[in-house]
Design a protein around this ligand. Structure first.
Ligand SMILES: Cc1cc2nc3c(=O)[nH]c(=O)nc-3n(C[C@H](O)[C@H](O)[C@H](O)COP(=O)(O)O)c2cc1C
Length: 219
């Protein structure tokens, strides 16, 4: 598949068929993730791939608990919408997110992207240097994984709400306590719906050419 087409149609997929995902497919996506850039090429991530039904069910329970808590806040503060279209999109995302929370335990595969808690802010005589957060060195890998999955016809969604229960997740998978954060939890499977281009602001609406405020309506 053409790279631009894969990128344009990689969007959050939260409803999956029962068809399994093979270990070979997962490894192809993980190999693509390995090629992502990272600060100083430190490649600071570890993956935990969950395909064992019992483990997935336990992760699913923790995810639902986390999402239940988050959803209470989300629904209490429904944003002001600029259009009916925006409202409909928000409602679709909320419903799909709820669906994932209720069904995560039975998706074909779950991949956890773990980030070690390592010091990442160098200092010199002038003080600490902001060279960017360590997170910036893991999300490119997550996106590589998701685009590679798309190219194989697999759907994914980048999720982070499970971080509410990080300690429980680390214990569940047997990872060293207190040594990692969860950068992302990504469900993987074949979508029940079709891939498409998600609605976004046009690139030109947020692009400044040479100087701030110098925008174009076409190129
Ligand atoms: C940092 C981050 C955290 C996210 N956390 C969650 C999550 O916990 N649960 C969830 O269902 N989706 C989560 N999402 C998915 C977003 O809702 C989704 O990317 C966004 O709505 C755009 O969806 P679309 O590409 O289908 O338009 C997260 C996305 C990002 C980038």
């Amino acid at each position: 598949m053409d790279a631009i087409e894969a990128l344009m149609t990689t969007r959050a997929v939260r409803r999956f068929s029962d068809e399994p995902v093979t270990d070979e497919e997962l490894l192809t996506c993980l190999a693509a993730a390995q090629q992502a850039p990272s600060g100083g090429n430190v490649q600071p991530w570890q993956y935990v791939v969950a395909t064992d039904p019992e483990l997935k069910a336990s992760l699913g329970e923790l995810y639902r608990k986390a999402y239940d808590r988050y959803e209470r806040v989300l629904l209490a503060g429904t944003p002001a919408f600029r259009s009916e279209e925006e409202r409909a999109s928000w409602e679709r995302t909320s419903a799909a997110s709820r669906y994932l929370a209720d069904n995560l335990g039975s998706v074909p595969a779950i991949v956890l992207f773990l980030l070690p808690l390592i010091p990442w802010t160098p200092s010199d005589d002038e003080g600490p240097m902001d060279i960017g957060p360590l997170y910036a060195s893991v999300y490119p890998a997550v996106q590589n994984f998701m685009v590679a999955a798309r190219s194989l016809g697999l759907g994914t969604a980048l999720t982070t709400v499970i971080r509410i229960h990080t300690a429980d997740v680390l214990e569940l998978v047997g990872a060293p306590a207190g040594r990692f954060e969860i950068a992302a939890l990504v469900p993987v499977g074949r979508p029940t719906g079709r891939f498409g281009v998600a609605p976004r602001k046009p690139a030109l609406a947020v692009t400044h050419w040479d100087r701030w405020g110098s925008k174009r309506t076409e190129v």
